[in-house]
Design a protein around this ligand. Structure first.
Ligand SMILES: NC(=O)c1ccc[n+]([C@@H]2O[C@H](COP(=O)([O-])OP(=O)(O)OC[C@H]3O[C@@H](n4cnc5c(N)ncnc54)[C@H](O)[C@@H]3O)[C@@H](O)[C@H]2O)c1
Length: 358
């Protein structure tokens, strides 16, 4: 029996809306019933193929008139919570962008409303789509690295420091809630817990704004109120130390997201730019000798792993809504875990001390 049509709407027609439409609207039996954005449609960044979709400036009108089964929330962070609650109140499942919310209390409210409505809620932790990240998770879960002992994670970009990048909502604390910490940091927090399978216990962190102002597209100087770089140290389940550094102003770095994990039987590293390979040395021979010439060889992922590999976000939620076996997507609960860490890092910056995860 074929699936009934799934009515799909997108709120926020900026850059990331293309990823949602390409992953969700391209699935069989999905109909795009509307797109909403307050900006002039000539400036929307949705792919050309969706130009025919009914256009709205008011998200409530979109939801009331089109009655979607699933809504993607692709707006600046400030609107994630209110639009998620609105979409759930109109009976829709929700695929929301990261970070889940501006505050922990917003994220809590989103998950509570989702559970009460009995709907699916996804957060687009897009690095879960990287084959190397998933293979690393599989190796660690199978015990190939032994007991996990240490984690190092960096996520560095340069775009914000570039004169070519104008001031945007991403630099405004009132619209973004965070700078590098929330924009890149949530990917790091989710990536490390996803790959290691460990939970966060406590954290101490620091963030700074290294570029105090930037010209906007009209040339007017605006104050940057978000952090441009952050670092934090955290303790994971079993006392594992994980350290993290992120920056949006590190010259020379485009999109450098690296996670390295050592266990007592080996070390691996994954890099966002190398989706089909990882760096790996593991096995009993390594632990027999005290020292080695430092060498972490790059290995292509097994071809049979690659052939079975499918992206899980943001499209996985469609398979879950349809009740398909083994459907998988990063959930609101996963978004909430990362949000708890962002909240604890913020508290640590206030208290100048370690904070436990609330
Ligand atoms: N998962 C990822 O890897 C990833 C990558 C990029 C962006 N994002 C996230 O996606 C979201 C949007 O980022 P973007 O890069 O698409 O930004 P963008 O600036 O390209 O687009 C944002 C769009 O939202 C619209 N908008 C603003 N207020 C709105 C409202 N109240 N209702 C509806 N639309 C509204 C704007 O007009 C604009 O078209 C952010 O939360 C960001 O963190 C995630």
């Amino acid at each position: 029996m074929s699936n009934p049509t799934l009515r799909y709407a997108v709120i926020g027609a900026g850059g990331i809306s293309a990823m949602h439409l390409n992953a969700i609207a391209t699935q069989p039996g999905v109909e795009v019933v509307g797109i909403s954005d307050p900006a002039d449609p000539a400036k929307w960044r949705t792919p050309d193929g969706y130009g025919h979709a009914p256009k709205f400036t008011d998200p409530e009108k979109l939801l009331r008139e089109t009655k979607p089964d699933l809504v993607s929330i692709c707006t600046p962070n400030k609107f994630h919570c209110e639009l998620t609650l609105l979409a759930l109140a109109h009976g829709a499942h929700v695929a929301c962008e990261k970070p889940m919310a501006m505050t922990l209390s917003e994220a809590d409210a989103m998950e509570a409303a989702r559970a009460k409505a009995g709907k699916h809620g996804a957060i687009n932790f897009s690095y879960r789509n990287v084959a190397a990240f998933r293979f690393a998770r599989e190796l660690i879960a199978r015990g190939d690295l032994g007991k996990v002992l240490r984690v190092n994670c960096v996520y560095l970009q340069s775009f914000l420091g570039a004169t070519a990048t104008p001031y945007s909502w991403r630099n405004d604390l009132a619209l973004a809630g965070f700078g590098a910490l929330g924009d890149l940091g949530v990917h790091m927090l989710d990536g490390v817990s996803f790959i290691t399978g460990l939970d966060y216990q406590r954290v101490v962190g620091l963030a700074q704004t290294l570029i105090p102002e930037k010209p906007d597209a009209a040339g007017k100087i605006q104050r940057v109120t978000t952090d441009t770089n952050a670092a934090w140290l955290s303790e994971l389940t079993g006392g594992v130390i994980a350290n993290f550094e992120t920056s949006q102003v590190a010259p020379g770095y485009g999109n450098y997201f690296r996670i390295e994990v050592s266990g007592d039987a080996g070390t691996l590293a994954v890099l966002s730019d190398e989706t089909d390979a990882l760096w790996l040395r593991a096995g009993p021979t390594l632990t027999r000798y005290a020292t080695w010439k430092t060498d972490l060889p790059k290995q292509a992922l097994p071809t049979d792993f690659m052939s079975g590999f499918k992206p899980v976000t943001p499209g996985g939620i469609v398979r879950a809504i349809r009740g398909e076996a083994n459907a998988e997507y990063p959930s609101f609960a996963d978004g909430l875990c990362a949000q708890r860490m962002l909240d604890a890092i913020g508290r640590s910056m206030q208290s100048n001390a370690w904070e436990t995860i609330g």
